[in-house]
Write a protein that binds this ligand. Structure first.
Ligand SMILES: [Zn+2]
Length: 382
């Protein structure tokens, strides 16, 4: 009986990535949970996410380069950890759904008259600050992270929710600027069978935008709990199917704050960058309805041809589109330093991006398994 259970267990384990997306869902659910608060800076959400990923790496059995999987570094960040409130013409608004405060803003408190300056802008001038507070109507609310504060206080409102002329606004926003926020990248590997000193590398950022006040947090299911889950799935796969080269997995933080974790790593690599055969950065891996995009495809043409050829033969994805270089995710510092690398993201499926609607429940994972297979087959070509 024990033997049968063991065989059955091994079979399921080996085939996890190819059988279903159960483990992916489990990882994405955990990373998008309220407990991790959008993997940002309020309540140390990003470091709680790091603890969870470290535990998974240990369970899977990844080797460490150093004593732990963690590489620490730091940067400044502005946060809004306290309760916030916006009352617009007597109506209490919902954070994230109706409004956002610019992440670089300082504390604002008070009631203001609004004056329209153009079709989408109002100004509230209390005479106490160098610039008036601005209220801007947006088609979509898209949040970011600020590593510094600015005088420029802007409250963004969802345009469709407020069709009428606006008159007054009452707000409470209390910022907390953290000059030194300690963050970490995580890195583990599976030793190669023939040339263990050479590496195939997979990277994904695990941080997101965190929380805005006590009322709203940004789950970041597609961006980038999805990519993290792919890395963990690939780690499981390679643990039982080791390759000729060592396979390294790097989980970056600080991406949403300006690619800070990957920048730090590329300047303080744990193993020589020259030993990287190829690096694939994965960010936004939760859809695939319209195929995938490959950034750096026009720079690394030969590698792109290989990737495309596999897809033509196996018909995994509707299309693989190509782009040139772009500083839009963590691959950037590596290709700038001459490391052959792609950044791959999936296309179609959902429109939620940098907002409160990027949740696990609506993330389709349409071509999740196909992308995993494509990545494994592509990296076997080196
Ligand atoms: Zn991202």
């Amino acid at each position: 009986m024990k033997q049968i259970i063991f065989i059955l267990f091994s079979f399921l384990f080996v085939n996890t990535y190819s059988q279903d997306t159960t483990y992916a869902r489990q990882v994405i659910k955990k990373l998008t949970s309220k407990e991790l608060l959008g993997r940002g800076y309020v309540n140390d959400g990003v470091n709680k996410a790091a603890s969870y990923i470290s535990k998974e790496l240990k369970t899977i059995g990844l080797s460490k380069f150093e004593k732990s999987y963690s590489q620490y570094y730091e940067f400044p960040v502005n946060t809004f950890p306290r309760t916030m409130s916006v009352v617009l013409d007597g109506k209490t608004l919902i954070a994230g759904k109706h409004y956002l405060i610019y992440p670089s803003a300082e504390t604002i408190k008070g009631g203001f008259q609004l004056f329209k300056t153009d079709s989408v802008t109002y100004e509230a001038n209390d005479g106490k600050r160098p610039f008036p507070i601005k209220v801007k109507l947006r088609k979509k609310l898209t949040y970011t992270v600020a590593t510094q504060i600015s005088d420029n206080a802007v409250i963004e409102l969802l345009k469709d929710s407020f069709p009428n002329e606006l008159k007054t606004i009452d707000v409470i926003f209390k910022n907390k600027f953290i000059p030194i926020f300690k963050c970490q990248n995580l890195c583990g590997f599976i030793k190669g069978t023939q040339q263990p000193d050479s590496f195939i590398v997979f990277t994904a950022h695990y941080d997101h935008l965190g929380a805005m006040g006590k009322e709203a947090y940004f789950p970041g299911a597609n961006d980038n709990a999805s990519g993290v889950s792919v890395l963990l799935n690939l780690a499981k796969y390679y643990k039982t199917h080791p390759s000729k080269y060592s396979i390294a997995f790097i989980f970056f933080s600080g991406e949403e704050a300006g690619l800070l974790g990957s920048k730090y790593y590329s300047e303080h690599p744990i193993f020589p960058l020259s030993k990287i055969k190829f690096l694939t950065n994965l960010d936004l891996l939760g859809t695939g309805d319209d195929g995938i995009m490959v950034v750096n495809a026009t720079i690394f043409k030969e590698q792109f041809e290989k990737l495309n050829q596999i897809n033509i033969e196996k018909n995994y994805l509707k299309q693989i589109k190509q782009r040139g270089k772009a500083a839009n995710s963590d691959h950037y510092w590596f290709s700038e330093k001459g490391v052959p690398s792609f950044f791959i993201y999936t296309m179609g499926g959902v429109t939620a991006y940098h907002d409160i609607y990027d949740i696990e429940k609506t993330l389709p994972l349409t071509k999740y398994l196909e992308v995993c297979k494509l990545l494994i087959e592509f990296n076997a070509k080196f």
